[in-house]
Design a protein around this ligand. Structure first.
Ligand SMILES: [Zn+2]
Ligand SMILES: [Zn+2]
Length: 347
């Protein structure tokens, strides 16, 4: 093992502090990545505050990792020293189950290994990207194309793939009406990606405060959900609604906006169950669904798509000593649209 500088939460109630974490030695199939940028995802905050169940402390979060390969194991074939690479929300899976074999490692039947707060295949707790280096098996490392700056690519590893995968799966494209609920870290990526795929895109946000941004990012329409007229006007309109909001929503009201065979897909994760009236699904043969990140192959496809279309995340780069302030600003929705830590400020 070796030790690297990191930021970690000592407990659920204390701020993150500068510290060190242990990394395993680079094995035959591992790559060592010098991390350049790490995005701050809302999940990081939920996890370090113990809001999603028991968290192993101390914990270094971060699953939007962009950096450069500085060493590779003897049997590595996919990456070389100097390659620009990324790591997202998972660092391993069983690789044997039907879902893994189908390239859907995020749905591994034996449980994929999260980038932080999970028990790795080597028995140790995984520690994430708010650190100078990480060691990851080559199969869970993706290539960041030259056309993408590392700092705008970092948030694509979670926010990008989490929205790309359902847009792709549910067929967002020309002739399709896509609505995005919430214009935050996930929502702004959903708007950019759906627009680039050729869909007609509508943002549904509580207020019209970010309307100018939404239209600039690629939305064709923007409506306030605080206005009840919106639900009357847009009834039976959308083929696909991507709900990025992690708070409680009126599911039946949003289902009423779906056209025949439309799907309401959740990528935000509210803490409590959401009630749904089945009659809302009968009319128009509607679906109420969920989606979780994306497989490794699809993550690479998403990065290549973004490089090809010139799509990155809208970011605010911060030094490491501003992580705790950034958390408060994320909770206050005061970020447009993703904080990215400059890891050079950590070492
Ligand atoms: Zn995330
Ligand atoms: Zn599996």
């Amino acid at each position: 093992m070796f030790t690297v500088t990191a930021y970690a939460a000592p407990s659920a109630t204390e701020p993150l502090v500068r510290t060190t974490v242990d990394r395993r030695e680079v094995g035959p199939h591992d790559v060592l990545i010098e991390i350049k940028y790490a995005g701050i995802c809302h999940s990081d905050i939920h996890t370090v505050r113990g809001e999603w169940g028991e968290t192993p402390f101390p914990l270094t979060p971060g699953h939007e990792i962009a950096g450069v390969v500085t060493r590779v194991g003897a049997e590595v074939t996919k990456h070389a020293v100097g390659d620009r690479v990324g790591v997202g929300c998972m660092v391993d899976s069983c690789r044997e189950c039907v879902n893994c074999l189908a390239g859907q490692e995020q749905y591994c039947l034996n449980g994929m290994t999260g980038t932080y707060a999970a028990v790795g295949r080597d028995g140790t707790v995984t520690q994430g990207g708010y650190s100078t280096h990480i060691v990851v098996t080559e199969d869970f490392v993706v290539r960041i194309p030259d056309g993408l700056a590392l700092e705008v690519a970092a948030p694509l590893l979670c926010a990008g793939i989490t929205t790309y995968s359902p847009l792709h799966h549910w067929g967002a494209g020309p002739g399709k009406q896509v609505a995005v609920v919430g214009l935050g870290g996930l929502g702004h990526m959903a708007v950019k990606l759906a627009h680039a795929m050729g869909a007609e895109v509508t943002v549904l946000s509580q207020t019209l405060n970010k309307q100018e941004d939404g239209l600039r990012l690629g939305a064709d329409h923007y409506y306030a959900t605080g206005d009840q007229e919106t639900f009357k006007k847009l009834a039976n309109t959308f083929d696909l609604i991507i709900n990025t909001v992690s708070a409680r929503i009126d599911v039946d009201a949003y289902l009423s906006l779906l056209a025949l065979n439309g799907s309401l897909v959740n990528v935000g994760a509210p803490a409590e169950p959401l009630p749904v009236n089945v009659f809302s699904l009968f009319s128009g043969r509607r679906s109420f669904a969920g989606s979780s990140i994306g497989g490794i192959r699809e993550t690479q496809e998403m990065l290549d798509f973004c490089a090809d279309r010139g799509i990155g995340s809208e970011i605010e780069v911060i030094p490491a000593d501003k992580i705790n302030d950034a958390y408060e600003r994320v909770l206050a929705s005061d970020v447009r649209y993703r904080f990215v830590i400059d890891i050079a400020t950590l070492s």
